[in-house]
Design a protein around this ligand. Structure first.
Ligand code: ADP
Ligand code: ZN
Ligand code: ZN
Length: 692
């Protein structure tokens, strides 16, 4: 077993006979410094997850397997004294030996592998001959990168900032040697990344490291190349495609200070940093910063904790601030920096609500929308159609008896897919062939109801047969190249139609898209989840931000049955921030986050009665001791049955974080002691964002 020593003690509550000796110490110095250990401990306590598992899930696999936290040493070849003064003409009958000798002389730190690349397979026998002649020797070094001698900048130089950018950068520069939180709000294309890069340059010039967190999907080769082109510095990148060795190497480079810039998704917040100077969180509102299973932490919130702990600044960038961050900025706890213009030539898109009440739709498209799409295509522009549901159609319905194909394991209908044909449950991943007839009445008049990306793709292909149509969703982009190929085609600038899900709202910019069409905005308006409207506003704004980044400005058309809905009106008429401020007022009235603090407790079991009994008994036991905490539930989860498990949930709410924490501590102790503890799968989600 590999263990981690987090402290030592002379005494123990454990029976002495049960304590085993550690028989080997893998690392001679602590791998995690005090501050990082303290971050882990705080996170484990706050998110109510065992510290051992927290460490397990966030240390590199190689470390967990018991490898020492050291980089693999490489062997290099160098000339001996005799080799350096050797008269090379005497080797003219041995051209391969001469070639190797010259390579070793000309270039530093040649490994056998490097030499093999130039000389070929027989390299080891030639090397042996040269060693026998006393001309070369093998040495061991740590591999050292020498980037620090080079210029800071690579092939891209910093841009001349516009006045708004300049104000923002100046604010970040001031007091950049201490803890500060900046909320940098700016639409897509307003030049936030340019500000990050210039703020990073300041910190690198001081010899310090920068940690950059990005959402899962936006860690694209394009993003990375922008950093690489700007800086002649070691960049350690953490993404899901790394091998265990690459991950360890990036982690060690950050740990020992050789990596200057560390870029990664959520979990990179736990990267050890030798010399931290700045943390940047791009798209701070993005839901992927919150882990949704196991150790349910928020990478963004931990970043702010870590910045305070390290006494360094943190920059949160986004076009659509989360209500939490906006509230902090409005209250003056964060510096609020705003970019209101686009950096290049392009203008803001124009919004238009298209009322579809009483109108006939053909597969989700009103006649007016089809005309608008046609006019953009006629002007040789590109069009983006947003629909937030993948697959062909969300329902397969028998027109004779009303039977709907539902997943037997979940409270959910199957989604019909056409490419390839199958029924698929988006909640448990179950798949089955498409039935030819109704399972209730045997009728064969089965209809695909509702809209999915595949159906919409088919519809626009029929409407505009001469225009290429590209679909972007989880199914069409399962391999990395697929997305890349689509983007290349779109980048060529020729007229085309993009149909996609929220994947379209992130990362990629489509400069020649002049129309964004949203087929249905109404789902978000009436969501049961108190964050539904916030998420809708962020999504629509982000999708719209993809349009018109080139010379031509864009247009955003939103189909809705609720064109007079005040929230939608505010979003479209005034923009995201005034809209978000209205939502904040509503949250305040309802005493909802960020004006109160929440935790969600889930319990599930294959036996339907067990979770409710379990949660009720525990709450009844402790509730009276916590008068400052409101407990809502236990009640069935919105999706009561998922993957054959029956699910109950309970929300805990209080005006102070510490009150929630005290309640959870008591609750978890009770749950662990409960006789059904092992029969019920329970979890605790602090500051939840997903209530399904
Ligand atoms: P964001 O991160 O807010 O989406 P970017 O920093 O990516 O914005 O900037 C959008 C585009 O505008 C990029 O092509 C960038 O090179 C360009 N840009 C940014 N700042 C400036 C500037 N001050 N002058 C000219 N072009 C700029
Ligand atoms: Zn039927
Ligand atoms: Zn299912």
């Amino acid at each position: 077993m590999i263990g981690l020593i987090t402290g030592t003690s002379k005494n123990s509550d454990f029976p002495a006979a049960k304590i085993k000796a550690a028989y080997k110490l893998i690392d001679q110095t602590p791998v995690l410094d005090d501050k990082l250990m303290q971050l882990y401990q705080w996170a484990a306590a706050y998110y109510q997850f065992p510290i051992g598992q927290v460490l397990q899930t966030s240390l590199p696999v190689q470390i967990r397997k018991g490898n020492a936290a050291e980089e693999k040493q490489s062997h290099y070849w160098q000339l001996t004294g005799a080799g350096a003064s050797f008269e090379t003409s005497s080797l003219k009958n041995a051209p391969r030996q001469l070639e190797l000798l010259e390579l070793i002389c000309r270039r530093e730190k040649m490994t056998s592998a490097d030499l093999k690349k130039s000389v070929g397979k027989e390299v080891s026998s030639i090397l042996r001959t040269l060693v026998e002649k006393g001309l070369i020797e093998e040495v061991r070094h740590q591999r050292v990168t020498e980037t620090h001698n080079k210029n800071l900048y690579g092939e891209d130089e910093p841009l001349q900032l516009n006045p708004e950018q300049q104000i923002a950068l100046t604010a970040i520069r001031q007091n950049n040697d201490q803890f500060n939180v900046h909320l940098l709000e700016g639409v897509t294309g307003s030049g936030k990344t340019e500000i990050y890069l210039q703020a990073i340059a300041d910190v690198l010039a001081l010899g310090k490291q920068v940690l950059v967190l990005v959402p899962e999907i936006s860690l694209t080769p394009q993003t990375l190349r922008r950093f690489e082109r700007r800086f002649n510095r070691d960049i350690a990148v953490f993404h899901s495609g790394l091998t265990d060795n690459q991950r360890l190497s990036a982690w060690l480079r950050a740990l020992n200070g050789r990596a200057d810039i560390i870029i990664g998704t959520r979990s990179a917040i736990f990267t050890p940093l030798a010399n931290p100077g700045l943390i940047i969180i791009d798209e701070e509102h993005d839901a992927s910063y919150k882990q949704q299973d196991g150790f349910r932490y928020s990478g963004r919130d931990l970043a702010i904790y870590r910045a305070r702990q390290l006494n360094i600044p943190v920059v949160l960038g986004t076009a659509t601030p989360s209500l939490e961050s906006l509230n902090n900025a409005l209250a003056g706890r964060y510096h609020y920096l705003r970019l209101t213009h686009r950096a290049g030539e392009a203008n803001h898109p124009e919004y238009r609500l298209l009322d579809i009440k009483g109108q006939e739709l053909s597969e989700g498209f009103s006649a007016a929308l089809i005309d608008i799409i046609r006019s953009h295509l006629e002007r040789k522009n590109q069009v983006l159609i947003f629909i937030n549901r993948r697959g062909f159609a969300p329902l397969l319905l028998c027109r004779e008896c009303g039977w709907i194909a539902t997943c037997p394991r979940c409270d959910s209908s199957y989604t019909l897919h056409r490419h390839p044909p199958r029924l698929s449950c988006h909640h448990c991943e179950a798949q089955k062939p498409v039935p030819a007839s109704c399972q209730e009445c045997g009728g064969t008049d089965l209809a695909a109801m509702g809209l999915g990306t595949q159906k919409t793709e088919q519809t626009v292909k029929d409407l505009f047969p001469e225009i290429p149509v590209h679909r972007i969703d989880k199914d069409s982009t399962r391999n990395r190249d697929a997305l890349h190929n689509i983007i290349e085609k779109v980048d060529s600038g020729k007229p085309c139609i993009l149909v996609g899900t929220q994947m379209l709202s992130k990362g990629h910019h489509f400069p020649n898209v002049t129309l964004v069409a949203v087929l249905d905005a109404d789902g978000g308006l009436f969501s049961a989840d108190f964050r539904g409207q916030e998420q809708m506003g962020q999504l629509l704004t982000q999708v719209s931000g993809r349009a018109g980044r080139g010379e031509t400005s864009g247009e955003v058309v939103i189909q809705t049955y609720n064109s007079t809905h005040p929230t939608l009106q505010s979003l479209v008429g005034e923009g995201y921030v005034p809209f978000a401020r209205k939502l904040l007022e509503e949250r305040k009235l309802g005493n909802l986050p960020p004006f109160s603090y929440m935790a969600l407790i889930r319990a599930e079991a294959s036996n339907q009665n067990l979770p409710i009994k379990f949660l009720s008994e525990i709450v009844d036991d402790i509730q009276s001791a916590f008068t400052n905490v409101v407990v809502i539930g236990p009640m069935p989860s919105p999706m009561e049955k998922r993957a054959s498990m029956f699910r109950m949930q309970m929300i805990v709410e209080a005006d102070k974080r510490s009150w929630v924490q005290l309640f959870l501590n008591a609750l978890i102790t009770k749950m662990e002691e409960h006789p059904d503890n092992r029969k019920v799968r329970w979890s605790v989600d602090v500051d939840p964002i997903d209530f399904t």
